[in-house]
Ligand binder design. Structure first.
Ligand code: MG
Length: 230
């Protein structure tokens, strides 16, 4: 199981955007005039486009500097994140139940930078359910679909077990999460707690869609059904 983070497990409720504004100014010396579309994209992709649309050449130095400022920004905003943001209803219970299953191995597949992903999961106390070493992050590759192979390979190396495409499930809130799964040839479940509706996620081609993680029985039943399809 490879979980997306933002709007699937947690939401920052504006704190993420505020951090981006502060980090952009700290790293470039300019105010952030426009942020690239972020939903379902990798941070490498978002940072490059954001620099470009704000008139700054996205050199590797500029991208590295912005990534460092973002990580520092999240680290300094842990209290703000904890008080304003939240884990989505049912996220912790669902992760906890799946973590207890001997046939399930859980990580994240997220557009977030690895250090930022770790901070978000720590702040909302979700890290204990996930193997962050067999996960893939927004600084591993610009293309979300390519993160799937990276996570599978990390899991294979670390656990000495093969995670085939038919036994790999991506869970996310955007059509981009579903498209990444289809492109990588793995299964997917849409969770409609972001901007996309159940219909949007079905239309994108998800194997299954949940309105949210609020109902533990419904969520786990669907997750197991999708994971067991052959
Ligand atoms: Mg998301």
């Amino acid at each position: 199981m490879l979980w997306d983070i933002d709007h699937t497990l947690i939401e920052t409720r504006g704190v993420g955007f505020a951090i981006y504004q502060r980090a952009f100014r700290a790293s470039t010396g300019h105010p952030l005039q426009q942020l690239a579309q972020v939903a379902g994209r990798t941070e490498l992709d978002i940072m490059r486009e954001t620099l470009r649309i704000n008139g700054i050449e996205p050199t590797s130095e500029a991208v590295t500097s912005l990534a460092r400022a973002l990580t520092q920004g999240y680290d300094e905003a842990r209290n703000e994140l904890a008080s304003t943001g939240r884990a989505l209803p049912g996220a912790a219970r669902t992760l906890s139940l799946l973590a207890d299953q001997p046939t399930v191995h859980q990580g994240v597949l997220t557009g977030n930078l690895e250090d930022v992903a770790r901070i978000k999961l720590d702040v909302f106390d979700l890290t204990k359910y996930l193997d962050l070493h067999t996960s893939a992050y927004g600084n591993d590759h610009t293309e979300r679909a390519d993160l799937v192979k990276i996570a599978q390979e990390r899991a294979r190396t670390r656990l000495n077990a093969t995670f085939s495409n038919s036994h790999t499930v991506l869970l996310g809130d955007t059509p981009n999460d579903i498209h990444a799964a289809i492109s990588a040839g793995v299964r997917s479940i849409g969770v409609a707690t972001g901007k996309s509706s159940v219909e949007d996620l079905k239309h994108a081609g998800a194997h299954g869609v949940l309105p949210d993680l609020g109902n533990l029985a419904t969520a786990t039943e669907l997750i197991f059904a999708v994971a067991d399809q052959s």
